[in-house]
Design a protein around this ligand. Sequence first.
Ligand code: TXA
Ligand code: MG
Length: 323
Amino acid sequence: MPPTSAEIEHAAQLIRGGRLVAFPTETVYGLGANALDAGAVARIFAVKGRPSTSPLIVHVGSIEMAKSLVAEWPESAERLAERFWPGPLTMVLPTRRNSGPGISGPIVPPIVTAGLATVGLRMPAHPVALALIRAAGVPVAAPSANRFTEISPTTAEHVRRSLGKDVDYILDGGQCQVGIESAVLSLAGGECVLLRPGGVSRADLESVIGTVAFRDLSPAAAHPSPGMHPRHYSPRTLLLLVSAGKLPDEGSGIYLQHSQPVSREGITVVQMPHSAAEYAAALYGKLHEADAASVDWIAVDAPPNTPEWEAVLDRLRRAANSK
Ligand code: TXA
Ligand code: MG
């Protein structure tokens, strides 16, 4: 049962009142607060246990709302928004500053952006998310609704298990359809850089704006996206990314098979979907289940290293990198 309009209105009132609401998006569930209320946003960081150096995405209900928060809205942003909003694309743009007499500073409080001169904006496609933002009438800052470094939630039950009573209200919109987080694309400084691959593929982005640069991962490079922590998206259980069906000799485990069969006694084999989109939609749910099974390890049959798998491989590599 999707939330009723009365439930959405209640949630919107909580947002306006500075409280925290978990809500479904097409990618993963978000933990939302009024993006213009620094105190409410501070609670997001406290509840998640997230370092203050990791900026939040601001969710908007319209392109006008997005434009009101940024200093410039380049033509590339206009074209991308036309094509992919509402949808799983976050655009990073320079923040707008207040300019009235007696007021100064960015419109979006620095706690949201980790003090950067840019803000990440996204218009989510889930009807409940859009209805919530529009009813609240304010932009909604929201990270994924899980504790720091845990696997992102793709059901309301995942949110309940992770955050429990620390969230004031949860809107249950069923299972997320995309299943992994949005693509984060920086358009600041006249350059297009993909900071995080995600729900919109690089190829689709390039079909609209031409070549998109890779993020520079060299240690010497300035940290363009402080939230790109390698330990994001991790189950508690040791996760191994394996090829050719090669499993550890010891211990109990679960094998998330894509195409390579394994021959070893005493392990549970879970068949994953073959297409990248369906695999992404299923991935976090399967990892949550495997994590709850109290095994020694989770082995993931590495999907092919081709462009359509870029976002899924990014998440799997981070999860495997965590211990
Ligand atoms: O699909 C999604 O993006 C989900 C749903 C809830 O919208 N949200 C999400 O939020 O994944 P979170 O906080 O888990 O990840 C936000 C990412 C981080 O990698 C952060 O570094 C990047 O967005 N980001 C946000 N603002 C940024 C900025 N101003 N500059 C660079 N990166 C930014
Ligand atoms: Mg997250």
